[in-house]
Design a protein around this ligand. Structure first.
Ligand SMILES: *Cc1c(COP(=O)(O)O)cnc(C)c1O
Length: 370
């Protein structure tokens, strides 16, 4: 039996396809290309779901990060502290607004930004903003980060690309903080479009107005007020996102159950480490990472699972400080590098059964006992 890393057949079943086609026909017949009624509907409903005042759709998750930095006034000559474990875009966005990144190390058990490392970074560099990442769907310790940043006036961007529908440790939805929170709706994310899309959540109407202006060529009611860009979200993508929105929370519930099954099946297994169990309840479980002894074991397990038709993926094969264009970036990475080398992600999507999970874990155990 093959167990895929994702399952788009089930996610985009016949019923869903029919509903999408109906919306596409409606949009085509009205010639409603960009920023149509589904954009507004999605923005209103996603903000409500995440307990934020404002949601502004943009073209993709990388633009969301760049626009968030620009809305905070981050630009040329500024330094931005970023978590060393993330998708490459979290570093790219800093350069694309003319600023420079400094790496902050991560906690060895989660890959989440380590507040202690951030304290060192802000003591050594004049930091204008921090990008923390809710990696794999687990929320970074936002209270600890705010305690460090607030007295110095450092702005926080939360990269929530992997955490749609997720919660902070205190159980409040990601979105209720006073920071800008960015999302990617790339098709593989928990809430995915049929192509590229992204969004920024905020609880500050001035910042939201700024974001709306930046995404649409710096427009304002009386002409162009700043140098913006085109990062509008297509109406077709917004229509898909709006259609999927009501399924995000129940699917995340499935993901939680699946994560709990993984924890049960792995109990007492030597040679594999999981993230702390407390995240079962709050994570959006975008991915299910496990850590092995070393890089060699990780690659060998990937091959072993592949031979059994079980999907797995390396998020991330390297820590960002190891990527060629980022080799000279200052900061800390002592935990991030081994974390990336040891981590492999097992199948995680809302349609896995308990039998699927047992089969995956039994296969990992079989590999470890070889
Ligand atoms: C996917 C992702 C992004 C980038 O989103 P795009 O929509 O592909 O531009 C940024 N950060 C993280 C953590 C991601 O997982």
């Amino acid at each position: 039996m093959a167990i895929g890393f994702y399952n788009f057949q089930k996610l985009h079943n016949d019923e869903f396809q029919k509903a999408v086609m109906k919306r596409f026909e409606e949009i085509v017949s009205k010639n409603g290309f960009v920023e149509g009624e589904y954009n507004t509907k999605f923005e209103t409903e996603f903000a409500k779901m995440q307990n934020a005042k404002h949601c502004d759709l943009v073209a993709n998750g990388t633009d969301a990060l760049e626009i968030a930095l620009q809305a905070y006034g981050v630009g040329k000559g500024d330094k931005v502290a970023i978590s060393a474990i993330s998708f490459y875009a979290t570093a790219e966005c800093v350069y694309n607004v003319g600023a420079e990144p400094v790496f902050v190390d991560v906690e060895p058990e989660t890959g989440l930004i380590d507040p202690k490392s951030l304290e060192k970074v802000v003591a050594e560099h004049e930091i204008k903003a921090v990008i923390c990442v809710h990696i794999y769907g687990m929320a970074a310790d936002i209270k600890a980060l705010e305690t460090i940043c607030a007295p110095k006036g450092i702005k926080i961007v939360e990269d929530g690309a992997q955490a749609a529908g997720g919660f902070y440790e205190d159980g409040s939805p990601i979105g209720s903080s006073n920071n800008l929170i960015t999302y990617s709706f790339y098709p593989t994310k928990n809430l995915g479009a049929f192509g590229d899309a992204g969004a920024i959540l905020s609880n500050d109407s001035t910042l939201s107005e700024e974001i709306k202006s930046i995404r649409n060529h710096g427009r304002s009611p009386d002409g162009h007020k700043l140098i913006g860009r085109n990062s509008r979200c297509d109406h077709l993508q917004a229509a898909v996102l709006h259609l999927k929105l009501s399924t995000c929370e129940p699917q995340n519930e499935n993901r939680k159950n699946i994560a709990a099954w993984y924890f049960d099946e792995f109990k007492g297994t030597q040679g594999v480490e999981l993230v702390p169990e407390k995240y079962i309840k709050t994570s959006s479980w975008h991915l299910f990472p496990i850590r092995l002894e070393n890089k060699e074991k990780k690659y060998a397990l990937k091959e072993f699972l592949g031979s059994k038709n079980i999907g797995s993926a390396l998020f991330y094969e390297k820590a960002m400080p190891e990527e060629k264009p980022l080799l000279d970036v200052p900061g800390y990475k002592d935990n991030a590098v081994p974390f990336a080398h040891k981590t492999i992600c097992l199948p995680m999507h809302p349609f896995l059964t308990q039998e699927d999970v047992k089969l995956v874990v039994d296969s990992v155990k079989e590999f470890l006992e070889k």
